[in-house]
Design a protein around this ligand. Sequence first.
Ligand code: XLS
Ligand code: NI
Ligand code: NI
Length: 437
Amino acid sequence: MAEYFPEVPKIQYEGPKSKNPLAFKHYNPEEVVAGKPMKEHLRFAVAYWHTFRGTGQDPFGVGTMIRPWEDPQDSVANAKRRVEVAFEFMEKLGVPYYCFHDRDVAPEGRTLRETNANLDAIVPVLKEHQERTGIKLLWGTANLFSNPRFVHGAATSCNADVFAYAAAQVKKALEVTKELGGENYVFWGGREGYTTLWNTDVKRELDHLAAFLHMAVDYAQKIGFTGQFLIEPKPKEPTKHQYDFDVLNCIAFLKTYGLDKHFKLNIETNHATLAGHTMMHELELARVHGLLGSIDANRGDLLLGWDTDQFPTDLYLTTEVMLVVLRNGGLAPGGLNFDAKVRRESFEPIDLFYAHIGGMDAFARGLKIAAQILEDGWLDELIHERYRSWDSGIGARIEAGEVGFEELEAYMLEKGEAAPNTSGRQELIENIINQYL
Ligand code: XLS
Ligand code: NI
Ligand code: NI
């Protein structure tokens, strides 16, 4: 087998003092943190689309990425070679998982039949490399947005044939994900949304989306695919308004259509910020509803209002993320997928290593810091204290459902005034958090 990154050895953990750019400073997969090895907390995955299909193209110019193994013809032979590249990269990096869209791994043909045959030619190659390396599929998904047929959406298209095409595509993608032992299956809303309400029957579109997802659940049961289904919220881009806007919108949709038993959420940092939320907000809202399934790890740019999908290197962010993940009792069967791309200016193959090493180290540190914060106990204690009025007396009676407005009025008429409030201590908390960073 040819070697595509001959200058890169297997990336090793060398500790915080190392100056080697091709070494981990914090990610030490077997090191035990909060009761289990780091690799089990973090469950890192590489995103096939950004890392192996990203060209660096933007609305103002063509691709810039130097990828010597790529052939401009998107042939099956090229797709097979790319699998070798991908697995060499992931093996050297030491990530346990990867994720893909159907169209990332195999080229689209002239007909659906031909496209499916292309996929069938690649799946055994992926499987062989999975078996050779032990690298597994975190999730599969279908690209229901790139081809012009999806101009009006897929499951929410005004064109019933497009709904049918999308259904056929997801059917195949589910079969492929099952064949490769995928642990999850993701639905990101692609073009499921609208650009103007003037031409849109929102009710019909939402009903169709729900019907589509029910069909997916039914088919998964039929073929015995037991992976977790995930919806990935995003508020806008490519449409002006995506139906899966944010965590609470998705929860309302899932509950309205009786889908909440079958789905969890795959939460992406840059989507959270596009929705006007922090990542911690989205994760926490999903967690408290029992719906935190998986994470697309990246970050946006404070000054740019689109999905820049940058690699996450901000320790404050990774600490917040890992705090919620620890409180969730972990992410499995989900994981941390780097849905992130190197900048257009970082066009050499080696930049792919630097980017992932940085993201993995940032999350490893975030994990260690979050675990320490929880172990030290002061944060939970502070929160516990803050809500102490609910642990006994009138608070406990309200929570137990023992009182209504009349009893509460009587209680307050008797007391005359509410007990004094206590400080929220935000600044103190932030000061203490900074001591860990
Ligand atoms: C796009 C999404 C996409 C999904 C997979 O913004 O993040 O990459 O993760 O379809
Ligand atoms: Ni994503
Ligand atoms: Ni995204």
